[in-house]
Design a protein around this ligand. Structure first.
Ligand code: RUB
Length: 321
């Protein structure tokens, strides 16, 4: 049960993120910022302290939905950083403006990284995709706009089948798609010129946390000599990590893996459903961001430049104060 101060839009957004109606790191970040904006607009707080408290409760509700995509705490932190003022009206105005600015920056970053990533793709290339990443698709969209003919191999991405969303989006861009089950990826790597994936979190050592199956794909791609490119705007950089090992990997419900009857037939076995995995930096060739493309080893410098010491979680301050 949500506290009465949490606006219904915040509660609905949090539920939708948890249930993956809203999914993908960039989309989650934008939705969280929008929800804080709604909370700020609708607030009846009678004092600045009460306003801040409401925002903290809302942010905490949003934060506790999915643990892996760092874009979510980065989005919340960004809105809190821009919230300022000595009156409720000022706080409201700066929060609303901050949330809007954040979303605009997100769109611009995706567009800019798309252009950077598109320059890696040559006319006639075949690109292999895992899961559904709007950052990865932005690279293809920009390449298509540049007049390049690409084709795609898309992995189904069990258990949630995000590959279907990617296949549809690519087809809409006019890119011919071959859709494969996950287990066929190794065979099709021989036909691919690039593996292009997104990220939920990138650790300071350049480890890429992304949809489960990314690491196996990257290891196989390295063995076949196919470059692995991660498209990730800098909101995906995780300022609180040294290696991806410290990022919490979300474990989701077993019902996503097996329908109830099949689960019952299996009987006394454990079913696990990790949503993400960590690809060590040695299997990643380039990380494409809105600031250019980087080898994984130089991500630490970018994190220092962009985040400095700002890694706190303002929404964790007790709401009572
Ligand atoms: C989505 C996923 C995507 C990243 C990047 O996982 O792993 O590759 O979030 O997406 P889920 P984007 O479907 O479990 O959320 O580039 O759109 O931010």
């Amino acid at each position: 049960m949500d506290p009465p101060d949490v606006h219904e839009t915040v509660a609905e957004t949090a539920t939708d993120i948890g249930e993956m109606e809203i999914r993908g790191a960039a989309t989650i970040a934008a939705a969280a910022a929008r929800a804080l904006e709604t909370q700020a607009k609708a607030s009846h707080a009678e004092s600045p302290a009460e306003f801040r408290r409401e925002l903290r409760i809302a942010a905490r509700r949003l934060h506790d939905t999915r643990p892996t995509a760092v874009s979510l705490p980065n989005a919340l932190r960004s809105v809190f950083r821009r919230m300022s003022g000595d009156t409720v009206d000022e706080l409201r105005r700066t929060t609303v403006a901050g949330a809007r600015q954040f979303r605009e920056d997100l769109d611009n970053a995706q567009r800019d990284l798309g252009e950077v990533g598109a320059n890696r793709l040559r006319d006639g290339d075949v690109v292999l995709f895992h899961c559904h990443s709007t950052d990865a698709l932005a690279c293809v969209e920009a390449a298509v706009e540049m007049g390049k003919d690409l084709s795609a191999i898309v992995k189904e991405t069990r258990p949630r089948n995000q590959g279907r969303i990617t296949a549809r989006a690519l087809a809409d861009l006019g890119v011919p798609v071959t859709f494969i089950v996950d287990n066929a990826a190794h065979r099709y790597l021989d036909e691919a010129d690039h593996v292009l994936v997104g990220a939920d979190s990138i650790a300071a050592d350049g480890s890429v946390v992304n949809k489960i199956g990314t690491s196996g794909l990257a290891v196989n791609a390295r063995e076949r000599g196919v470059p692995v490119v991660t498209a990730a705007q800098t909101i995906k950089l995780n300022p609180e990590t040294l290696t991806g090992a410290t990022v919490e990997i979300e474990m989701r419900d077993e019902s996503e893996v097996l329908p109830a009857d099949a689960r019952e037939e299996l009987g006394a076995v454990t079913v696990e459903n990790p949503a993400f995995d960590v690809t060590p930096p040695r299997y990643v060739d380039a990380i494409v961001t809105e600031h250019g493309q980087f080898p994984p080893e130089s991500i630490v410098t970018l994190i220092r430049e962009l985040f400095g010491e700002s890694t706190g979680k303002p929404w964790e301050t007790p709401p009572e104060d």
